[in-house]
Design a protein around this ligand. Structure first.
Ligand code: ATR
Length: 293
């Protein structure tokens, strides 16, 4: 622990305190406890938000034990977002379409209500820097995993209708395109192989990276960034606290507008906070106090 003073370690609790948390495996890296506890303290709300290291085979026991202890809500991170879906009593539209739950509210009847706030986080962060309509824009999305599903849903809900979906394993891009075309028949979602040397970039308005490429220390993001038009926006949903992501370095080298994953991280948390407490998260305080932005 690294606290500047005793007041940061002191947690006030009484019989009225309500329990929130985040379940993950691993969990120690999660920034969610900081984000939520700072916000709860700022608004003087009597909740505590704790990280729980939950192994996959214990997920069902953990959520029911959490409920038995009076817990009112929790977040889920890797690897629990998809396995939570069948454990919910109700799912919101985003969780249904994405097929993953990242936020759960336990209601007074003990029902588990599953939400997905990642798409909200994604689009809110995008709109902070980009206020043009997405219709008729050429959008290139890299990846076809869980994070990609949230990004796709957000883009389509916001009016995007021309999306190229590039993935290393092209069958996954095909499955995802087929799936989302059922929900959004007016949009054209074109699956393509993620072959960096042959990607057509000269008419792309917005490029979104949802792959984990660059997350594991690979320096190289072999995108021919110079082929993008100068108005193109580059959005990497990865958040890296200590250094620029490889894609960020490329975007900076070309002077392109860039969005990192910090806004998505904070805004998905803000939506969860609002679901549980009914209050607005002090987003600017979170950005400045925790992330120095
Ligand atoms: P998440 O839930 O975070 O999206 P995921 O479901 O494991 O994680 O998806 C990871 C994505 O990154 C996938 O699109 C994956 O491509 P494949 O479907 O071909 O596995 C992509 N990815 C990971 N490493 C990659 C690499 N070295 N090159 C290109 N794509 C990569």
């Amino acid at each position: 622990m690294n606290h500047t003073n005793i007041t940061e370690r002191f947690i006030f609790s009484d019989g009225e305190s309500r329990l929130l948390g985040v379940f993950g495996d691993p969990i120690s890296h999660s920034l969610s406890p900081k984000i939520h506890n700072l916000s709860l303290a700022k608004l003087d709300l009597n909740y505590h938000y704790l990280p729980f290291h939950v192994k996959p085979h214990e997920l069902s026991t953990a959520i029911n034990g959490f409920k038995a202890l009076g817990g009112v809500g929790f977040n889920a991170t890797v690897p629990h977002k998809v396995p939570l879906v069948p454990l919910m009593d109700n799912l919101d539209a985003a969780a249904l379409k994405i097929g993953a739950v990242n936020t759960v509210a336990i209601d007074e009847n003990g029902k588990f209500n599953g939400y997905n706030t990642d798409a909200y986080g994604f689009i809110t962060a995008l709109k902070e820097k980009y206020n043009e309509a997405l219709s008729q824009k050429n959008i290139l999305v890299l990846g076809a995993g869980g994070a990609c599903r949230a990004a796709l849903l957000a883009l389509l809900d916001e009016g995007a209708d021309k999306i190229f979906l590039a993935n290393r394993t092209v069958t996954k891009a095909k499955e995802l395109s087929y799936d989302f075309n059922q929900h959004y028949p007016k949009a054209t979602i074109t699956p393509i192989p993620l072959n960096f040397s042959s990607l057509e970039l000269s008419n792309i308005d917005l490029i979104v990276n949802t792959t984990s490429l660059g997350l594991h220390g690979e320096d190289n993001f072999p995108l021919a960034i110079e082929q993008l038009p100068s108005h193109a926006l580059v959005y990497d949903i990865v958040y890296s606290a200590n250094q620029d992501t490889p894609l960020q370095k490329l975007a900076n080298s070309q002077g392109l507008t860039f969005i990192d994953g910090l806004g998505m991280l904070i805004h998905q948390a803000a939506r969860a906070f609002q679901i549980w407490t009914g209050e607005e998260m002090p987003v600017d305080l979170v950005k400045s106090h925790i992330f120095g932005k």
